[in-house]
Design a protein around this ligand. Structure first.
Ligand code: ADP
Ligand code: MG
Length: 216
């Protein structure tokens, strides 16, 4: 296992009128490959803000984020976009599937973004088989259960062979049992592929299978 992500005194403040709101106050952590970690905290504690700073979607007001040795907030916009496409897989609360694309097309879209046209169909099919979604591959999101939608979101996040997966409340729209099976799936894929996953959650019941927990 090697270090893949390092947060060094990351802070985030918002100015509202003449008030300053401190959302993140010197958050430091280091994450290694093969680790499935959780950021746990109540609503409003800054979890999504932290994840979007790690994913180079938001700039911190202080501190540094290094992904594979590169300071993500010192990169150009174009380099950040490439970093996201090539190295990071995102999973969000509501799965965020594109309503007018079938399950297989959701995965192929990500493949097309990174120009591996010859390999993407095969890779999409392999992932769908692996995650038990073959029979759903030509269905649209509205015909999938919440758990299935989240499994498609996991498959889609794995399409670009990321080194880091960022999952923001991936179980929030699921019942306990389905939530736990999504978490276990994510944990297994993380360890098997020797990548790193950071899952944000407010739910203590979801962190049992984690290698580390950061409490906000
Ligand atoms: N763009 C913004 N401007 C001002 N305040 C914000 C902004 N984004 C988030 N916040 C505030 O930061 C705090 C943390 O939000 P968030 O990161 O979404 O928390 P969580 O994901 O833990 O629920 C909240 O109080 C929220 O209102
Ligand atoms: Mg949030």
């Amino acid at each position: 296992m090697s270090e893949i992500l390092e947060l060094d005194h990351v802070s985030k403040k918002y100015e509202q009128g003449n008030e300053t709101i401190t959302v993140l106050n010197h958050v430091s952590m280091s994450v290694r490959t093969g680790e499935f970690g959780a950021i746990l905290g109540p609503s409003g504690s800054g979890k999504s803000t932290l994840l979007s700073i790690i994913g180079a979607l938001t700039n911190p007001t202080g501190g540094e984020v290094k992904l594979s040795g590169r300071n993500v907030h010192h990169l150009s916009k174009k380099e950040q976009t490439n970093l996201r496409l090539e190295e990071i897989g995102f999973i969000f609360q509501g799965a965020n599937l594109v309503p007018f694309l079938t399950v297989k097309e959701q995965l192929q879209l990500i493949g097309q973004l990174i120009h591996q046209k010859n390999k993407i169909t095969k890779r999409a099919e392999d992932l769908l088989t692996h995650l038990g979604l073959t029979e759903r591959s030509s269905h649209y999101p509205e015909h999938l259960s919440g758990g299935e939608q989240q499994r498609v979101a996991i498959a889609r996040a794995l399409m670009n062979q990321p080194s880091l997966i960022l999952a923001d409340e991936p179980t929030a729209s699921l019942d306990r049992d389905r939530g736990k099976s999504v978490v276990n799936l994510l944990a297994n894929e993380t360890r098997k592929r020797n990548i790193a996953t950071i899952m944000v959650t407010h739910d203590e019941a979801m962190i049992k299978n984690c290698d580390w927990v950061y409490r906000m």
